[in-house]
Write a protein that binds this ligand. Structure first.
Ligand SMILES: CC(C)(COP(=O)(O)OP(=O)(O)OC[C@H]1O[C@@H](n2cnc3c(N)ncnc32)[C@H](O)[C@@H]1OP(=O)(O)O)[C@@H](O)C(=O)NCCC(=O)NCCS
Length: 152
């Protein structure tokens, strides 16, 4: 008889960096890896919100990840991804629920995420979970480095 797989959610450490990058690289076009995903920049992020970068681990294998942020007013969600072979088993939802629980505990009242307009699977997933589109908002950005771009 096959053993039931045990999924647990735990916090990221820098030792997980290569595995998480590998997961993100195979997640599909919905996860855009940029300068902020380099080891140096992720280490910087870890100093600030070490408890909001969550991994889904199944019997020691990385099967999902989500990187959260909290700025004292709003929460932000980046790079939710579940390994292709492990999708549609509730792992994405479990990661979002744990992140939301942690944001709520910090006093966060509302959080955001950016989803590419053509990422139909992710939009269906988020809307299924009750997230609202903000069609009246235009996202704006300015880079504060000359080196902003895709992660090589
Ligand atoms: C989006 C993603 C994280 C969803 O993860 P997942 O583990 O497969 O999702 P779950 O199994 O937790 O799904 C939760 C619910 O959403 C539904 N759902 C998920 N993906 C869906 C899809 N593509 N179409 C329809 N429903 C979907 C599930 O059926 C489930 O509903 P149920 O509980 O009523 O059965 C995963 O597809 C992924 O990694 N995509 C690629 C990376 C990406 O684009 N990330 C988003 C970056 S903004």
């Amino acid at each position: 008889m096959g053993q039931k797989r045990q999924m647990r959610i735990r916090e990221f450490t820098m030792d997980d960096y290569d595995a998480v990058l590998g997961l993100w690289r195979t997640a599909g076009p919905g996860v855009h890896l940029r300068t902020s995903d380099s080891r140096t920049e992720i280490a910087k992020k870890q100093e600030r919100d070490p408890d909001l970068f969550l991994l889904a681990d199944e019997d020691g294998q990385l099967v999902g990840a989500v990187l959260g942020g909290w700025d004292g007013r709003r929460g932000l969600v980046y790079h939710l991804a579940v390994a292709p072979a492990h999708r549609a088993r509730g792992i994405g939802q479990a990661l979002m629920e744990e992140l939301e629980h942690r944001l709520r505990a910090k006093g966060c009242l509302r959080y955001y995420m950016l989803v590419a307009r053509d990422n139909a699977d992710a939009l269906t997933f988020y809307e299924h979970l009750g997230y609202e589109r903000m069609d009246d908002i235009v996202p704006l950005a300015r880079s504060l480095t000359d080196h902003w771009g895709s992660l090589e």
